[in-house]
Design a protein around this ligand. Structure first.
Ligand code: PEP
Ligand code: MN
Length: 322
């Protein structure tokens, strides 16, 4: 076994104890997988000393990543607000959203054109024409586009319109898609799977980074728990944990966590207080008429209220709001 370790160019260590023998392999442990040490009967455990997500980890990259897109920044000390409808429904509504974002100095508009819906009979989004409507808003107001890509075959089309490609919760472990977006030059907003551990989340980020795309934004959007009083449980603990483990920016989606607009502002403020680098929040000119996620979408007055509260809190937290 020691010979096998040495043959990979790693330094083998032999540490006999009274009951067990510990073997060490010093070097890049990615190569050690090829030995399949865990298959040997005499091997109890194979433990990596450093984290398995080399590129996402702070161990080898202690400085925080700051992502810059057309003079806008995502990452500390900035606090980035991404706001917009769950789905792009028609031109008028996205233009109205563009207008309020400009008034509130928010530079990123979210909006789904390809929607992952639980039911195949629900509204699936406008597809490419939805992306064209967002591009018109960008032309008029300069708002950058954050939009979901659901399938590796859509990546090229969506990337021609998007400034940031969103990978939805349901696709966090769609490794073909992760590799594909890793080959683009667009920043990727990666949402945490609703049943994914932090380690799995970071391994998914690693897939994108390993393809050469260094601009990954992590998004905590609530996980499934036993609680049924709200849509998901916002895992606020994940924020300081992720900030400790990775150099990548971490943002929060209070809308899909809450599932109800009554709780969104509280969760958004908690995200800032916990050290998140921004939020992605759903807003709608007439939430009661929204085709998707209206219940959790903030009305425009509620969104203004949130921005006002953020400005006060940012002064305390030392965050820069645009
Ligand atoms: C969304 O952002 O509209 C969405 C579908 O989010 P998630 O993937 O987190 O469910
Ligand atoms: Mn939604």
């Amino acid at each position: 076994m020691l010979q096998g370790i040495a043959s990979l160019g790693l330094e083998p260590l032999y540490m006999p104890g009274t009951e067990k023998i510990v073997l060490g392999a010093v070097g890049d442990e990615r190569s050690i997988e090829s030995l399949h040490l865990e298959n040997y009967g005499c091997v109890e455990r194979v433990i990596p000393v450093l984290s398995p997500y080399k590129l996402a980890s702070r161990e080898l990259h202690p400085a925080e990543t700051l992502i810059s897109i057309s003079k806008q920044h995502i990452g500390a000390p900035y606090f980035t607000v991404i706001a917009g409808p769950c789905s792009v429904e028609n031109e008028e509504m996205v233009q109205q959203v563009g207008n309020i974002l400009q008034e509130e100095k928010v530079s990123f508009m979210r909006g789904g054109a390809f929607k992952p819906r639980t039911s195949p009979y629900s509204f699936q989004g406008l597809g490419e024409s939805g992306l064209q409507l967002m591009a018109k808003v960008r032309e008029r107001f300069g708002t950058l586009i954050v939009t979901e890509v659901m399938d590796s075959e859509q990546v090229e089309t969506v990337a021609t319109y998007a400034d940031v490609l969103q990978i939805g919760s349901r696709n966090m472990q769609n490794f073909t898609l992760l590799k594909k977006v890793g080959k683009t030059n667009k920043p990727i907003l990666l949402k945490r799977g609703m049943a994914a551990s932090i380690q799995e989340f970071l391994m998914s980020a690693e897939y994108i980074l390993a393809e050469g795309n260094n601009n990954v934004i992590l998004c905590e959007r609530g996980i499934k728990t036993f609680e049924t009083s709200y849509r998901n449980t916002l895992d606020l603990t994940a924020i300081p944990v992720l900030k400790e483990k990775t150099h990548l920016p971490v943002i929060v989606d209070p809308s899909h966590a809450a599932g109800n607009r009554s709780y969104v502002i509280a969760l958004a403020k908690a995200a800032m207080a916990c050290g998140a680098d921004g939020i992605i929040v759903e807003i709608h000119p007439h939430p009661e008429e929204a085709l998707t996620d209206g219940k959790q979408s903030l009305s425009f007055p509620e969104f203004r209220n949130l921005m006002q509260q953020f400005r006060r809190l940012a002064a305390i937290e030392g965050r820069i709001l645009p």
